[in-house]
Write a protein that binds this ligand. Sequence first.
Ligand code: GLA
Length: 389
Amino acid sequence: MKEKLFTKFAELYGTAEDVRLYFSPGRVNLIGEHTDYNGGHVFPCALTIGTYGAARRREDRLIHFYSMNLNHFGVVEVSLDDLSYQDAYNWANYPLGVVWAFAQKGITLEQGFDMIIWGNIPNGSGLSSSASLEVLTGVILCDLYDIKTLNMTDLALIGQYSENNFNGCNCGIMDQFAVANGKKDNAIFLDTSDLSFEYAPIVLDGAKIIITNSKVKHSLVDSAYNTRRQECADALKALQTVVDINGLGDLDMETFEKYKSVIGDAVKEKRAKHAVAENQRTIEAVAALRANDISRFGELMNQSHISLRDDYEVSCEEIDILVDLAWNIPGVIGSRITGGGFGGCTVSIVKDEAIDTFIETIGQAYAEKVGHEAEFYTVKVGDGARRLS
Ligand code: GLA
């Protein structure tokens, strides 16, 4: 990878002298979906697939971005004197948004830089290619300009800030946090109410985590996402008139049942029910994993899917087909939609001896029912974003 990136770097920007190499992973969430903007818990892990970046400081005030995946956009040139969002920049609005967010936080750059990226996170798969690129850019800026005041959690928050305020998606903190703080062979048990977290080793004796990519991404994803957020915010506001809470994550099911009638809207009540139940499930799932009770973990994954499908309504036909097929295969411990929803991927825990059957059976049936092939990846859990050389 290094050679490919550096050769291209020299071709575009003169030489490859003093160029530094960086990597930032994608992520998959095991359980705890749509809880991160409700002050609940999430349980994602960083992947070994992700985004590679090569970068070097410039003497002048120009920034150059180039993607080896989207090379038809050519080199995108931006001046440090005008860090505004431009449609024409396309993908480069993500790294640019991070430069902008640094400036918003009072960290302004005097000199620009040249950057080139290449990634192997499948496009639009819901495995966080944008968060990967945001945190990658944060790591590059800190390293190139010797900025010592920001830790990895700060870089996650800056990435989220840029995505919310520069790129217009109102996402929570899970993706950037997982990408920034990932640890090999561990998932991250994160409490989004105060960003405290613990690592939990993923020990799945005789089983593996498999991601299945539906290869569909339905439009309106961002607006549906923002609507769900708003519905939860409205439900919270109503509940706060009768119970002292900061977020839906502060409630257990019993208290929710007691007070839910105050929400006064059937749809918002379902959304809030998911947020409360999913948070409780996530806490229980991590305890089960720590107690080596993988089958309980799998049951909770299945319940998570049902709740996302019926109460939160963020699944779709193609994903439900994948999950239903998975549930019917002996040796599948659990299977659910992962990420924001409306397409993207499922995550499943599958016994080693069932993996071939899983891929063959689902692959064939999905292609027959949907008309295109799914893709399968065996998960390797990797470290967070970092400089490589
Ligand atoms: C997207 C968002 C995250 C999170 C998930 C749903 O991935 O970026 O912040 O809300 O959806 O769990």
